[in-house]
Design a protein around this ligand. Sequence first.
Ligand SMILES: Cc1cc2nc3c(=O)[nH]c(=O)nc-3n(C[C@H](O)[C@H](O)[C@H](O)COP(=O)(O)OP(=O)(O)OC[C@H]3O[C@@H](n4cnc5c(N)ncnc54)[C@H](O)[C@@H]3O)c2cc1C
Length: 368
Amino acid sequence: MPIAGSYLATFYNDEVKTWDVVIVGGGIIGLSLALSLRKQGAAVLVVERHEPGGEASHAAAGMLAHCDPHTPEKLRTLAMASAQLYPEFVHELQDESGKQVDLRREGSIILDGDGCSLCPDAQPLDAQQVSKLEPCLADAAGTAEFWPEGSVDPRALTSAALKAAKHRGIEIASGVPVTEIQVSDGRARGVRTARTHFPAAVVVNCAGAWAGQIRGASSFPTRPVKGQMLSVIAPRRDFLRHVVRGPGAYLVPRSDGRILIGATLEEAGFDKRTDANTIQRLHQAAANLAPDLGQARMLEAWAGLRPGTPDNLPILGETSLPGYFVAAGHFRDGILLAPVTALLMTQVVRGARPEFDISAFSARRFQN
Ligand SMILES: Cc1cc2nc3c(=O)[nH]c(=O)nc-3n(C[C@H](O)[C@H](O)[C@H](O)COP(=O)(O)OP(=O)(O)OC[C@H]3O[C@@H](n4cnc5c(N)ncnc54)[C@H](O)[C@@H]3O)c2cc1C
């Protein structure tokens, strides 16, 4: 069943236009969903407070960590499914945008494994195998594992999604903070901003860590979980091929020669400042893993705000207000989960049964 009303944007007088779907937030979740809904014929407007792709989706490392046993049990099916959707997701974005997003499928070397990989084809590695795979690493003590995971450049990914969205005729309103959901006759009718309103049959809140700040019938307990990171220039060509997760830091190589080093997990409110000592500590932890990184030139240090929730699960689906949906709270895995979120939310918004059971992610779990 399609979204209520027509799939075509209509002018109902000379000035006011209405959309099938207004998406609040132009991060990777909002943009991927916009593209997926547009493919189904919906007229979509993305309303973004700043510039699209400037928040968590800009800060992320881009690991597609679907083998990680720390993934909450209820999220594992979606994580696996999303990893499987990734090659096609990337292929389409690259094709439509003409931009490369650096999808790498070399796999991850896990040096601090304290649980079994969720992937059946993970391989135990001895010290000799680790140094053969990555000669730059310090001699490994203890056991290591190879996990068949990928990585992507989230900045390039978001930028490709934005270009593809424009190409497909999705409208983007940048620099426009949404203040509240418009409600009348017991259903969502669009969004309100300080200066105007955007009418729509359906509203989807994809505002990441800020999702709970938008006034509406439902409020969501999202909170920011700060992550600081840095990037350095690899000391030499082909210095590192795999993602390496070790004690104190992880290393994510990019094909252009950057190496990302991350990341902290901090409860610091909406503070996005970096701290020189923390960055230094991360750099040192990286040098403990790969000694030549100690001298590597730092390119950039930054912090971003992961959209956290009380139970570390995303919030997905329709809210108690008809016509008002949410896709937020993707915490540490929003880059990985973007394709499956877009797929499932498109099905839910269209009134179809979602391919996977998403009842565990309902916004209603937080209402008494
Ligand atoms: C340091 C760090 C490392 C990470 N590493 C990984 C990783 O390796 N792999 C992985 O899968 N994930 C990773 N993540 C998590 C990932 O970045 C997030 O889960 C994901 O980006 C969430 O996407 P989003 O679109 O929901 O949020 P965001 O990208 O934050 O987008 C939300 C958007 O909503 C906009 N907005 C907010 N309020 C309003 C409003 N009132 N009106 C209009 N617009 C509004 C914001 O400006 C923002 O652009 C990492 C995150 C951090 C911080």
